[in-house]
Design a protein around this ligand. Structure first.
Ligand SMILES: [Zn+2]
Length: 415
């Protein structure tokens, strides 16, 4: 069968509507929609009857054969068949038997168009996969609005990834969130270790009541640090996921504050049930209010940065009321020595300093673009939170030790 094209013939090369390839920027690696343009070119021409028997001069072609079989006998047909693979688009059911695909020049071009379009589709797919696998850090200007949190950090931002795998892999890459992730990831591991150590002590060393009281603090710290590093990891996934985990991050701060109050109030007001319960209820109500505010959609937006810092500073400073109560009833000296007031004040100073640095965005505000990767305000804030949590752990351990050496409440009152 002779399939050599007739180059002397005047042939109109039909124009082929190939969809323009969407331009892909490194900042946007969302999947490209590949238009189903190519394979359909040839099928549409054949199935619409546009290619009729009179178009062909190849008398040797056996028109009694099914169209699919005839097409597959031609070189271009073989190539197309290979490209299409199983589930071949050239389906006999779709094509009239009296049609042919014996290629003249025009049809050769049709086939080549289909082949080249297929190559374009494959190239698009390849680019899409490469971009999904690897992204480049981008400038703040290239970020979508929902990722534009801190405009003093200019370069090194992750683009939206739409992939949890890509987000978690980014833990091991350098970008604006690397420091934020690792400060609280390492802190989270450290607190998990301390909590496991504490909870597995034999009961002769630490009684179950003390373990229960301390567990409120450990749960608060582990939730806070855990939500924090996960939030900073998946923040760039998508707007919906970023906002969801941002809310969990704020709730974590409220959990840590509430959990921190439990052992402190328990040991400070060990033998005074009414104030102990009243202050526990108070911090529970205030913490719940902070969580409700955190769940408000707009709370995470940049313009509410100061309000956020204010809500959590206020929640922490509510501890001033029971602290003053203790100083008034037991005296300042006792508060320092027995209730570890010094450690608690240090903890409050660390939290508040961290929150002010967070709200003021220092130092990147003073030197925009110089703290994009390391030593930005959020990392410093994270370090302060971590230091404050460890100081608090030390403080409540001292109060517990002191309290437990005194014996039970009746003996103290008799003394
Ligand atoms: Zn954070």
């Amino acid at each position: 069968m002779s399939n050599s094209p007739d180059y002397s013939a005047t042939t109109q090369i039909s124009s082929v509507d190939v969809e323009p390839i969407p331009r892909v920027y490194p900042s946007d690696i969302r999947p490209i929609e590949v238009q189903p343009t190519c394979s359909h070119l040839i099928v549409n021409r054949v199935s619409s009857g546009e290619l009729s028997e009179s178009d062909y001069s190849d008398a040797e072609e056996d028109l009694s054969l099914p169209v699919k079989q005839r097409c597959q006998q031609s070189e271009a047909g073989k190539l197309l068949h290979l490209l299409e693979g199983p589930g071949n688009i050239l389906d006999d059911d779709d094509m009239p038997r009296n049609q042919t695909c014996s290629p003249g020049l025009e049809h050769g071009i049709e086939y080549l168009s289909a082949v080249s379009c297929k190559a374009v589709e494959q190239a698009e797919e390849f680019v899409r996969r490469v971009l999904e696998r690897g992204w480049q850090v981008v400038h703040h200007h290239s970020l979508p609005d929902w990722l534009k949190d801190n405009d003093f950090l200019l370069r090194g931002h992750r683009p939206p990834t739409n992939s949890f795998l890509a987000c978690f892999k980014s833990i091991f890459r350098i970008h604006t969130e690397t420091g934020n992730i690792w400060t609280h990831l390492l802190g989270w591991i450290a607190f998990l270790g301390v909590a496991i150590y504490f909870m597995t002590r034999p009961s002769i060393e630490i009684q179950w009541q003390d373990k229960a009281v301390f567990s409120a603090f450990f749960i608060g710290a582990i939730l806070c640090l855990g939500f924090s590093w996960v939030f900073h990891t998946v923040y760039c996934h998508s707007e919906r996921i970023g906002k969801l985990f941002n809310k969990l991050d704020y709730c974590g701060i409220a959990f840590l504050t509430m959990g921190s109050f439990v052992p402190w109030l328990y040991y400070s007001f060990y033998c005074r049930q009414e104030p102990k319960i009243a202050y526990l209820v108070l911090i529970f109500i205030l913490g719940t209010c902070a969580i409700v505010v955190s769940l408000w959609d707009k709370f995470s937006e940049p313009e509410f940065r100061v309000l956020r810092a204010g809500v959590f500073i206020a929640l922490g400073l509510s501890g001033v009321i029971p602290a003053l109560h203790y100083v008034i009833t037991d005296g300042f000296y006792h508060a320092i020595n027995s209730a570890a007031l010094g450690w608690l004040v240090l903890m409050a100073v660390l939290y508040i300093t961290g929150a002010i640095i967070y709200a003021a965005r220092i130092p990147e505000r003073l030197f925009p673009g110089k703290f994009d990767i390391w030593f930005q305000s959020h990392q410093i804030f994270h370090m302060f939170v971590l230091a404050a949590a460890f100081v608090h752990y030390h403080g409540i351990s001292e109060i517990a030790n002191y309290r437990l050496t005194l014996g039970d409440c009746l003996e103290v009152e008799v003394e």
